[in-house]
Design a protein around this ligand. Structure first.
Ligand code: ATP
Ligand code: MG
Length: 226
């Protein structure tokens, strides 16, 4: 029996646009298993970010269910969703979402502060994670002085520091040339192998599909496995 991590059932999301109700996600169904690497390709505006944010519990669907590690996100209140994000699910936004005036260390510390780790636990965990990501020597550098590839590593480190079982990455290669993009994709594969993390990446670059064992296309709010 394969170990189910994510179940998405008949997921619909609408936005209002100039007085009209537009369906952005139209009845998405998917099941992801432990240690899957799922890549979702879709053009701009297809609903990729909307879908990832709903998986992360950052947005709520209008209809349907999302079950992550047995938790039905649609039934949880905002506090419970915050707890899920501090432990089970990590979301890496497209623009990294780092605080530019904080150091690398301080950025990676944030989720551990939210999760209530002691100072010593934080120090040990942060050092271990930064070493794993190959960015420990930049620990005391402010994020604003890092290159795009380094920022992406810090963003991954911050997501990884709580050892989530589901790691969501929004356009992880968008701001990188293909050589650096491949390095980032290989890092996700390493994380996936080392920790059995289920990884979901979305991109408008179809080249990411070759790194996945589960390949999806999202067009006009409809998800199809390819
Ligand atoms: N909060 C919102 N209110 C209204 N419309 C929204 C909102 N968020 C997204 N949309 C619209 O929903 C559609 C899908 O947006 P989304 O950001 O999910 O697409 P995407 O596939 O991530 O695109 P991109 O590749 O450009 O990042 C777009 O048409 C967008 O304008
Ligand atoms: Mg997007």
């Amino acid at each position: 029996m394969k170990d189910v991590v994510v179940i998405v059932k008949n997921l619909w999301k609408y936005y209002n646009y100039m007085g009209h109700r537009i369906a952005i996600l139209r009845g998405i169904n998917a099941t992801l298993y432990r240690a899957d690497i799922a890549c979702i390709y879709g053009p701009s505006g297809a609903g990729k970010t909307t879908f990832l944010k709903i998986l992360a519990g950052l947005e709520r669907p209008d209809l349907g269910e999302i079950i992550v590690e047995g938790y039905n996100l649609t039934l949880l209140d905002d506090d419970a969703l915050a707890t899920i994000r501090a432990s089970i699910v990590s979301y890496i936004p497209q623009d990294y979402g780092l605080i530019e005036d904080f150091t690398v260390y301080e950025n990676v510390e944030l989720p551990l502060l939210v999760a209530g780790f002691s100072e010593e636990e934080r120090r040990v965990t942060i050092l271990e994670t930064l070493k794993y990501m190959g960015i420990a020597e930049k620990m005391h550098t402010k994020v604003r002085y890092l290159s795009g590839g380094e920022k992406q590593r810090v963003a991954i480190a911050r997501a990884l520091v709580v050892t989530p079982s589901l790691l969501l990455a929004d356009e992880p290669t968008a701001n990188l040339d293909w050589e650096n993009a491949k390095k980032v994709l290989e890092l996700f594969i390493k994380i996936n192998r080392d920790f059995k993390t289920t990884v979901v990446m979305v991109s408008h670059d179809a080249r990411i599909l070759e790194f996945a064992n589960r390949k999806f296309a999202l067009y006009d709010g409809v998800l199809k496995e390819v």
